[in-house]
Design a protein. Structure first.
Length: 59
């Protein structure tokens, strides 16, 4: 059987490969406040776990 090469994005925050990432910049709405998560580099991604930690820090 032939193996498939799956391109897994790397989180720009924790530098770990993760299947569940979001591409930055992105907008976060937390209750009645809106925050913009800027990207440090082009084609930057953030994993769900790191995003959750950042949102908890905001709140």
């Amino acid at each position: 059987m032939e193996e498939e090469n799956i391109n897994v994005p790397t989180c720009s925050v924790c530098n770990e490969p993760c299947m569940w990432t979001l591409k930055m910049p992105l907008t976060i709405t937390h209750f009645d406040k809106t925050y913009i998560r800027e990207a440090n580099t082009d084609n930057a991604h953030i994993c769900i776990e790191c995003l959750e930690k950042e949102v908890q820090t905001i709140g």
